[in-house]
Design a protein around this ligand. Sequence first.
Ligand SMILES: Nc1ncnc2c1ncn2[C@@H]1O[C@H](COP(=O)(O)OP(=O)(O)OP(=O)(O)O)[C@@H](O)[C@H]1O
Ligand SMILES: [Mg+2]
Length: 285
Amino acid sequence: MTAILSMEGVRLSFARGRGARKQVLDNLTFAVERGETFGFLGPSGAGKTTTIKLLTRQLAKDAGRIRLFGRPLENAGDADYDRIGILSDTSALYERLSIEDNLVLYARLRGVSQAGIPGLLERVGLLSDRKVLVKNCSKGMRQRAALLAALIHSPELLFLDEPTSGLDPAARVEVHRMLAELKEAGTTVFLTTHDMAEAEEVCDRVGILNEGRLVACGAPLELRLEHARNRLTVVTRTRGTIVTTKDAAAAPLLAELLAAGECLSVHSDEPNLEEIFLELTGREF
Ligand SMILES: Nc1ncnc2c1ncn2[C@@H]1O[C@H](COP(=O)(O)OP(=O)(O)OP(=O)(O)O)[C@@H](O)[C@H]1O
Ligand SMILES: [Mg+2]
């Protein structure tokens, strides 16, 4: 596997007045493989948007190495810009234009055909609202329109900063479906979200950022197993609920229960991503 982007020992601080500086990213190291959907998670203020800004050259690092498409980011040019799409955390849409006119504008800016626009609008349920001015759109409509603007040129690599924030459940499902289609087409997606269930559902791997440091990185299931408690809960036919361990020490008891036909259910309790997140960050999100 080849990394489509990577960071190694990246540091970034912001001036905080009176000569003081706030360390926002501290020794950040991770890589995203081509074709994967990578979720960047972390509490508010952890540095997720800042990381996207570094990767898209809207900010410059203090130290470390960043590579994009196999080359140092410093060497990236206009051609590389055409290969990426960005949905930022602030709206990139023109308020006085309709949804459709915004997309026409983005298609022109990106130098691609406008022919695909109706199909894209249809996919996120915006076709009948295409003439609505962005200033009159709901948050969910804006978010979906901005997502289409980000992917209008079929980029290889998409940065999506909270793509489902403000969406109702139906629109959220629509975006998840779109993410699945993008993955199918081989697009690499780097996304941030505060929704752990979403991350677990759509991401191949996630990184959990806390106060500028990566505190976990891996496939959701891998992280769940890594953080699993050594506990097994057995509901028995006549002996109630028995809590035991998952290791060899429990083998005689389990063998006996199984032989006696006592086991109604056996559960190991891996924490979900949300519990892991709370454990690692000690915070709500
Ligand atoms: N231009 C800037 N100047 C000074 N400080 C900044 C700047 N941009 C971000 N910060 C600070 O950097 C930290 C990380 O911000 P960032 O926007 O990356 O967080 P985030 O993880 O995206 O949070 P959220 O989940 O709320 O979007 C915050 O403490 C923020 O105040
Ligand atoms: Mg952010």
